[in-house]
Design a binder for this molecule. Structure first.
Ligand code: ADP
Ligand code: MG
Length: 471
């Protein structure tokens, strides 16, 4: 079968599946999936991340096979494979299930808009929305101003000027305001660009001697968004052009949104006639958010990436990242990536390492008392002792034959920890646990790995145990 045949087949399968599956599940887990191959009755379905693979394997395998058979009777079995490129720009294999459910909304994506000769603009990234911006004390006003502007551009605050330090959400707010304006007014032309880009275009235009001034070129724009305006400092030519463009747009009732690292008054190297224009509308700042907001952001990002991370670990990150939201997000994503690679879950110790790499000299709250030099569990005996202590259960019971759930789970966890942390073979572990078969151990370890991805209580237990083990 050609790639196109496979895609048609998969679209048909998804169409048949859609009415049988909860909409949220359908949208979350089948987005950007594709059939990669069908061989000897086995269909290989590509998915964009391990979370999708795990979830589909656990919850969907049977049902999916049934639906696939309706479309292609030769298929007997389905398996899932992770292909991180699926869903990225340039990879056309994945199916966009969002558009199967509803007509695609007219939000213009990242395409280039050609406004006039010599003027190009990268447009908006749909990843940024006002809805996925977490609001707290320190950015409430900025978010409210953006929402007001997005609801009625040019009629409220013009220009809207947002300032604040690096990584605090300025670009997110600017981009999402642009996206929201397009959602509300699909016929408007919104242009987003960085001030460097703006400068480059001006320089290019001057180089080419394109005589027409910039203000004419931007006439068609309904909303001009320029990010990081501080970089116009000391660029006189650009400032002159920008001054005219600004006035032209403003006089014609077009919306202007700007961001900067400082309030207009403190911007050095910018003409005063320009900064006083910036003060004509609304000026709002974004600050580093408080602990609760940081935690809320972490929770939101976990949902977005379909990652389950123990609450005490998230708490630790929220306490210890103190510079920017970009860093907060960076630490979380590194922790998720590392855990995926090692098929484990992030612990306080593993995220502490990531944070320490970023801030070499800072002490970490809630970490020094755990101590970097604690004894690390080194033998199965250590682990058995810790697990039996934690669950207040006799070691013999843990190793024995009792099949009650209250005993099975701690036993599986002990097997999992010995396998993951000490890398003992399944056979060795089987022998330790009253001569069990190695497949039993394999099954137990696998089971815990799966449960860890959906059961917060077990995740919490395993993290607490790892901490006691000095990991
Ligand atoms: P800035 O432009 O101020 O340097 P960004 O807008 O690029 O910062 O933000 C850095 C990262 O943090 C982005 O990935 C952004 O989506 C995220 N972010 C910032 N603020 C928030 C927030 N309040 N809620 C959710 N994500 C946020
Ligand atoms: Mg930015």
């Amino acid at each position: 079968m050609t790639e196109n045949d496979l895609k048609d087949l998969w679209v048909q399968v998804l169409k048949n599946l859609e009415p049988k599956v909860k909409k949220a599940h359908f949208l979350t887990w089948f987005q950007d999936t594709a059939v990669l191959d069908i061989k000897d009755g086995l269909m290989i379905v590509g998915v964009p991340n391990v979370y999708a693979r795990n979830w589909l394997e656990m919850n969907f395998n049977g049902q999916l096979v049934e639906v696939v058979k309706e479309v292609d009777a030769s298929v007997k079995e389905v398996s899932f494979e992770v292909h991180p490129n699926l869903g990225l720009e340039g990879d056309v294999r994945g199916v966009d299930v969002q558009s199967m459910i509803k007509a695609p909304r007219k939000v213009r994506g990242k395409q280039e808009v050609r406004l006039a000769e010599g003027v190009r603009s990268k447009c908006l990234n749909p990843r940024y929305t006002l809805q996925n911006f977490i609001v707290g004390q320190d950015n409430r006003l900025a978010h409210a101003a953006c929402t007001a502007v997005a609801t009625s551009p040019s009629a409220t605050y013009n220009p809207l000027f947002i300032y604040g330090g690096v990584g605090l959400g300025k670009t997110h707010l600017l981009q999402s305001t642009g996206n929201e304006i397009l959602r509300n007014y699909p016929d408007k032309t919104v242009v987003y660009m960085t001030s460097e880009r703006f400068t480059n275009e001006i320089v290019e235009a001057i180089g080419k001697r394109s005589a027409k001034s910039f203000k004419d070129k931007y006439r068609k724009v309904d909303c001009l968004i320029i990010d990081d305006i501080q970089f116009l400092a000391n660029k006189e030519m650009t400032q002159v052009e920008f001054f005219h463009t600004f006035n032209e747009l403003h006089d014609n009732g077009k919306q202007i949104i700007l961001s900067s690292d400082k309030p207009p008054k403190e911007l050095k190297g910018l003409e005063q006639r320009l900064t006083s224009r910036f003060e004509m509308g609304m000026i709002v700042d974004v600050q580093f958010p408080d602990y609760e907001t940081r935690l809320a952001i972490l929770h939101a990002k976990c949902r977005e990436h379909q990652a389950l991370i123990a609450p005490d670990v998230l708490d630790f990150i929220a306490h210890n990242v103190r510079n920017s939201i970009r860093e907060l997000e960076g630490v979380l994503l590194q922790a998720i990536a590392q855990a995926q690679l090692e098929e484990s879950t992030p612990t306080i110790r593993s995220v502490a390492r990531i944070i320490k790499k970023l801030n070499k000299y800072d002490a970490l709250a809630g970490y020094d008392d755990i101590g970097d030099d604690r004894t690390v569990a080194r033998s199965p005996d250590d682990i058995l002792e810790i697990v039996s202590g934690y669950y207040k259960m006799d070691r013999d019971k843990l190793l024995g034959a009792d099949r009650h759930k209250g005993v099975m789970r701690p036993r599986q966890i002990a097997m999992y920890l010995i396998r993951q942390e000490l890398k003992h073979s399944y056979e060795e572990i089987g022998r330790l646990f009253s001569g069990r078969n190695h497949t039993t151990v394999m099954h137990a370890v696998d089971k815990i790995m799966k449960v860890l991805r959906k059961d917060e209580m077990v995740l919490r237990d395993v993290n607490a145990l790892k901490m006691e083990m000095g990991l």
